[in-house]
Design a binder for this molecule. Structure first.
Ligand code: ADP
Length: 450
């Protein structure tokens, strides 16, 4: 078993990783930056390392060379990237490996292949995963885009090959929009990801976003942990997730899970991974992408399986065989996660900065809160606007919704605007409660955002 890890991340996920690592007897190291020298996550680690002075051009948690150097200097055995930042950076994984540090995640080659949505789609197609119609590989210019769209029919979506976080995507409803949207997607891709390559696929009107959690060891064993539904989105980003999904019956769940496992096996996958699908009204599903890291929304899977995903990840990174077989995995009840973001919902979800003046959190047996803030914490533009994750568990969907509403009522935060009123509006919405919702929910079904 790995004996020490450096967590190349901050906030709630750094705390989350520390908790499990500590329980497993693994020594934890975290990084202190001058941007938040008193952050809460620093209290949870065994050792705090000060990030060296740099010219500041590369943010600390993106600074591959310095992070690897700090791990080596401190004789740390493994690097946990968390999510975001360098978690899906193949170069980082490779440099860790080259320095003799175990990267907690799949091998660099797999991160690279799955990180390129075009290559990922090729791998998925090769492994029999249902695919949306679209371009073969990248689309070089507007003319080619028009040709492909004619073939598959409008609407289409232009997506960045290296995309993530909902960026570098544009929907094209008719030919006259192609030129503008192509350039917009491509230049956004270049500025956000340093890679202007885009591809085109059929745009599904009002699909559900359904993703399967898979876990694979280095010995060829792959198990799935059921699905999560992440259809409540704004700007193609998730806001509220639940597990399981009310859109799937047992037969469809099994079918999609088999496909996800087959892909992981076929790709020679290792570690935690998420296979994302779009599900249409006729219950056809299509591959979207595979994420090669722990996801923000992993606690809802933990709630319904009773498993600790970080523990599984660390065991796999240590070379252990999966401690569970598929038949051991039982999905129990219903879990919902609300992302509590410091955002002004009515101003198009723009970040809301300030000092947390008051914080009173709901408590209860079926409530879990993953957060890195306390009263006095400052929400700055340096970091992500997500400040807490509220997770509840119930025996069924109805009870989970009720428990979440009650928990949100008791979640008091002063100093910044948050997505709490928005989450309440979602959970009170009749279409959401009946299960009749999809990725267009916020635009089409929610009369009022708060
Ligand atoms: P990212 O990696 O940036 O998160 P994804 O490929 O996961 O991008 O897509 C994010 C969201 O965009 C999806 O959950 C879905 O709402 C929407 N989306 C992506 N591709 C399509 C498509 N072909 N048709 C309809 N919606 C799509």
């Amino acid at each position: 078993m790995i004996k020490s890890i450096l967590i190349a991340n901050r906030g709630e996920i750094a705390i989350r990783i520390c908790r499990t690592a500590k329980r497993m007897g693994i020594k934890t190291y975290v990084i202190r930056t001058t941007k938040e020298p008193n952050a809460v996550y620093l209290d949870f680690a065994d050792k705090v390392i000060d990030f060296p002075d740099t010219d500041g051009t590369v943010p600390e948690f993106l600074d591959i060379d310095n992070l690897v150097k700090l791990a080596v200097e401190n004789k740390v055995q493994a690097m946990h990237p968390g999510y975001g930042y360098l978690s899906e950076n193949a170069d980082f994984a490779q440099k860790c490996t080259d320095a003799g540090i175990k990267f907690v995640g799949p091998p660099a080659k797999l991160i690279k292949d799955m990180g390129d949505k075009i290559i990922a789609k090729e791998i998925a197609a090769r492994n029999g995963v249902p695919m949306l119609q679209g371009s073969e590989g990248s689309v070089k210019d507007v003319k080619e885009g028009v040709k492909i769209a004619k073939k598959i029919g409008y609407p289409v979506i232009i997506k960045a090959a290296s995309g993530g976080g909902g960026r570098g995507m544009r929907i094209v409803h008719k030919q006259s929009e192609m030129e503008q949207m192509f350039h917009a997607a491509s230049s956004e891709a270049q500025s956000a990801f340093g890679d202007p390559s885009v591809f085109i696929e059929k745009y599904l009107e009002n699909p559900k976003h359904i993703e399967f959690q898979v876990v694979a060891d280095a010995h060829g064993n792959v198990v799935h942990l059921g699905e999560r539904e992440c259809s409540v989105q704004r700007k193609h980003q998730k806001l509220l997730e639940e597990a399981p999904s009310s859109g799937l019956d047992a037969a469809l769940r099994n079918k999609m899970a088999r496909v996800a496992v087959k892909l992981a096996k076929g790709a020679g996958y290792e570690s935690l991974g998420t296979v994302e699908f779009l599900l249409d009204k006729n219950k056809n599903f299509y591959f979207m992408e595979m994420n090669t890291r722990i996801q923000v929304e992993h606690p809802i899977t933990e709630a319904i399986t009773g498993l600790d995903l970080v523990e599984l990840q660390l065991r796999i990174a240590s070379g252990e065989k999966l401690p569970i077989r598929q038949s051991d995995v039982k999905l129990n009840g219903w879990a919902i996660e609300c992302r509590i973001n410091a955002e002004d919902v009515q101003a198009n979800f723009t970040p809301s900065m300030g000092v947390i003046k008051q914080l009173r959190l709901p408590q209860g047996d079926n409530i879990r809160i993953d957060t890195g803030i306390v009263p006095g914490s400052e929400i700055t533009p340096w970091f992500d606007s997500m400040i807490a994750k509220l997770i509840v568990h119930g025996k069924d969907r109805k009870q989970a919704i009720e428990r979440m509403l009650s928990a949100l009522e008791r979640f008091h935060i002063k100093g910044v605007k948050t997505t709490i009123p928005f989450c309440k509006a979602v959970l009170h919405n009749a279409a959401f409660c009946s299960g009749d919702f999809d990725t267009s929910f916020i635009e089409t079904k929610l009369e009022s955002l708060v």
